[in-house]
Design a protein around this ligand. Structure first.
Ligand code: ADP
Ligand code: MG
Length: 394
């Protein structure tokens, strides 16, 4: 167990908080502020406790350089609106000017530092840079679950120099994901989709013997079907992963997990929302057609039946190219069945979360992780560097 906000007295303390403010921007405007809202409970708790709050986050991929369009000013502005409180912002993360601004902070005030990824030292987890960040504060709070799979200066480096505790969002993620991975109520079902098997090998291996059913869809299913001997036409198949896919199928057969593959597919004559499309059994994909949705009616009926009996369901990866309406049926059906289910339902993965939100069903899930890569790593059973680095409860 990690120390949390309740384990520290923040009154008057300069508190460095790593948040995940990596929001989508279009022409300088924030198009979705979910991530900022997700950090509010921690920030509001800290200000109420009288902390002097110093927030830091990355935004986009500036690659270690100052990129004006990726400054955190619009984020600070939105945060001020959401908190209904003044929020100051500096154009750097470290240095004399930043120190001076921090020194002027009063209890309950909030400051936002510049995009941490303007500094190459951030991703390099540079000790000197970490130390300079840490020197701004008395204590570190990590609330950026979405960045916890990366060992960077702002997620891990600073913990070498400061007492370090988990924020509420971090705690909620660890509780929700930890509970299902360590102590799931059975039957336990996993749904795995997405484009590539190679992204999900670790997850598949870790889930074998843990889950009762592993329902597969999307591009992953295409590769597993190809490995089972089916002709997949123009479908996305990772040719160089076929041997590995065969191994995974073999491992599944020897495990206590039933690996379930689609039996019918939505295929199309091109990768386009204007394509001609129809449903075929898995053994009838024409040479020049491709499977873009694993949600054939027979498959969906089978998957739905299994999900309905589950007490715990985790879902990572859409089972079709849900971004195009004509290939969203499978993904939307899964989302709807999960929404109706009484099981504990956990959504991990950026695109899966987006699909659930797009279907308007976000409120019906037990937990939607805010971290794509981090939740994937969690499902792989690997410890997250940004979590390990936090102080343990004595
Ligand atoms: P998540 O972000 O939830 O972990 P992934 O990033 O692994 O999910 O995969 C999501 C992507 O997989 C989506 O962009 C979707 O279009 C794509 N995808 C799903 N099914 C297929 C398919 N049959 N062929 C090609 N791409 C697919
Ligand atoms: Mg993704």
């Amino acid at each position: 167990m990690k120390k949390t906000l309740k384990d520290f007295n923040f009154k008057g303390k300069k508190t460095l908080v790593r948040v995940d403010f990596n929001v989508p921007l279009e022409e300088g405007k924030i198009t979705d502020d979910t991530r900022i809202r997700a950090a509010l409970p921690t920030i509001e708790y800290l200000t109420r406790q009288g902390a002097r709050v110093i927030l830091m986050s990355h935004l986009g991929r500036p690659k270690g350089q100052v990129v004006d369009s990726l400054r955190l000013d619009p984020v600070a502005e939105r945060l001020a609106n959401l908190l209904n409180q003044e929020v100051s912002k500096v154009d750097k993360c470290v240095g004399k000017g930043v120190k001076e601004t921090v020194a002027k902070l009063r209890d309950g005030e909030v400051l936002v530092l510049e995009n941490t990824r303007f500094y190459p030292e951030e991703k390099a987890n540079d000790p000197e840079f970490s130390k300079r960040l840490a020197e701004l504060a008395d204590v570190f709070v990590s609330d950026a679950f979405g960045a916890a799979h990366r060992a960077h200066a702002s997620t891990v480096g600073v913990t070498a120099y400061l007492p370090s505790v988990a924020g509420f969002l971090m705690q909620r993620e660890l509780d929700a994901l930890g509970q299902v991975m360590e102590n799931p109520e059975k039957p336990f079902v996993a749904i795995l989709g997405g484009a590539k098997v190679s992204d999900k090998i670790g997850v598949i291996r870790n889930l074998l013997n843990k889950v009762d059913y592993l329902l597969v869809g999307g591009g992953i299913a295409n590769t597993l079907l190809a490995a089972s001997g089916y002709e997949m036409g123009e479908s996305l198949v990772e040719e160089d992963k076929l041997e590995l896919a065969k191994e995974l199928i073999q491992e599944a057969q020897e495990s206590g997990t039933e690996l379930v593959l689609p039996t019918d597919l939505v295929i199309a004559d091109q990768f386009s929302n204007q394509a001609n499309y129809r449903v075929v059994p898995v053994d009838q994909v024409p040479e020049d057609w491709q499977s873009l949705d694993s949600g054939g009616p027979e498959t969906l009926q089978r998957y739905t039946g299994i999900i309905k009996q589950a007490k715990t369901v985790i879902w990572n990866g859409p089972i079709g190219v849900f971004e195009m309406d004509i290939f969203a049926k499978g993904t939307n059906t899964i989302a709807a069945v999960l929404a109706e289910s009484n099981a504990t339902t956990i959504i991990g993965g950026g695109d899966s979360a987006a699909a659930v939100k797009k279907a308007g069903l976000a409120g019906k899930m037990t937990h939607i992780s805010t971290g794509g890569g981090a939740s994937l790593m969690f499902m792989e059973g690997k410890p997250l560097p940004g979590v390990i680095a936090l102080d343990d409860l004595a």
